[in-house]
Every structure is written in C-alpha cells, then in structure tokens.
Design a protein around this ligand. Structure first.
Ligand SMILES: [Fe+2]
Ligand SMILES: [Fe+2]
Length: 210
C-alpha cells in the first residue's frame, strides 16, 4: 500500500496527506494512486457537498455521468469525476463559503494527480472555477441558474470576469472543456439521480492513467 493510502486511513487523513503552508506551496506531495482515490471517496465521499442536497461522492458521480452521457472523451469524464477532489484533500468543515473561505480546491488536487494524468484531465479541473466566472460574463441566463452556494463562492473566487478577462479565458487551450465540465458540475446536485458506481469511473480512469 502506498504512503498516500496509509495517510488516507489515518485519523488525520486530509491534513496528513499533505501539510500545506498554502494551497500553492506543498511541503510534502505524495502522488495518489487510483486505489488511494477510491479510499478517499470511500472515507469522505459521504460528506455533504456544501450547501447542496447531495454528498461529495454523489456530486462527483453525477458530474462524471453527465459527461459520459454527453459522449465526452474519457479524459473529460475523469476530470468530471475528480474536479472537486481538492475538497476531500483539504477538509474545511460545513459550508466554508458561509465563513468567507475559498478553499482553492481547483488547485489543491493537481500535484497529487499530475503523476497519474495529463493536461486533458488536469486543466479542466484547474479551470473549472474560472469557467464559472467566464460563463457568468458571457451567458446572461447562467448566473441566474447558479445555486446559492455557487453564488456565494463566486464572490470569494473573484467574481464575474470583465470582458477582457473573459476573452483571455476563452483563448486558453482547455477553456471549452472546462466550460463543459462546469455546466455538468452545476447540474450534478440532484438528490434523486441514479448513476453508475465509482468503480465504473475508476475503470475509465485506469484506461487513461500513466
Ligand atoms: Fe468545484
Ligand atoms: Fe463541483
């Protein structure tokens, strides 16, 4: 078993996996294996997805399921599954946005996942918050459909892009994938939705992992 898997099973899990001084300054990064990712979801997937009527695991599976139903390629389905893994690696308690906390989760998981996946998985994850900021700027109806927690986090994440920032975002190589992921993300909050199990998506991840 990897050191990361042992850390996941320890009582201090998320804090033990990596002791971060800040989200961009990891002191001890341990690459996650697919088995580690399964353990993370098994241990923490039952936690509430902050401010929404689904668990973290339900949200991850629903986002991946929506990507798969849209015939997204495997890399984007896996990005959809793992886009919020940073929440499970950096536990912040109940509804951190209500305490003014932006956990920067879009960045947190990247060092752990980089040894496993290439940019086709990592970049949509990294950009999925900026995709919301951009969609609010270019789609008048998008902001109105955001959940209350997404609206709260939007402000903490820097707010709606101005025109120049939106243009700059749209010119990025993975912007389209990030915006697709974002729309599935926003729709993946249905308490009644049935999805394939985690094992189904980890099988897809195994096919594209390094
Ligand atoms: Fe997210
Ligand atoms: Fe999400």
């Amino acid at each position: 078993m990897s050191r990361a898997a042992n850390a996941i099973r320890s009582p201090h899990c998320a804090a033990t996996i990596a002791r971060f001084n800040g989200p961009m300054r990891p002191r001890a990064i341990m690459a996650l294996s697919l088995d580690d990712i399964r353990h993370l979801f098994e241990r923490y997937g039952g936690l509430a997805y902050s401010g929404e009527p689904v668990s973290q695991l339900q949200h991850a599976l629903q986002t991946a399921c929506l990507a798969e139903e849209a015939n997204a390629r495997a890399e984007l389905v896996v990005a959809a599954l793992l886009h919020d893994l940073g929440h499970l690696l950096n536990l912040q308690g109940d509804t951190p946005t209500q305490r003014g906390i932006d956990d920067l989760h879009q960045y947190f998981a990247l060092p752990f996942l980089r040894p496993l996946f290439d940019d086709a998985v990592l970049e949509p994850i990294r950009l999925h918050v900026d995709a919301k900021r951009c969609l609010c700027a270019i789609d008048a109806s998008y902001h109105a459909r955001l959940s209350p927690d997404s609206v709260r986090s939007l402000e903490l994440q820097g707010g709606i892009f101005d025109d120049e920032s939106a243009r700059a975002f749209l010119s990025k190589p993975w912007a389209e994938d990030a915006m697709s992921l974002r729309r599935w993300d926003d729709a993946a909050k249905d308490a009644a939705r049935v999805t394939p199990p985690l094992a189904h998506y980890l099988d897809i991840a195994a096919r594209i992992a390094h």
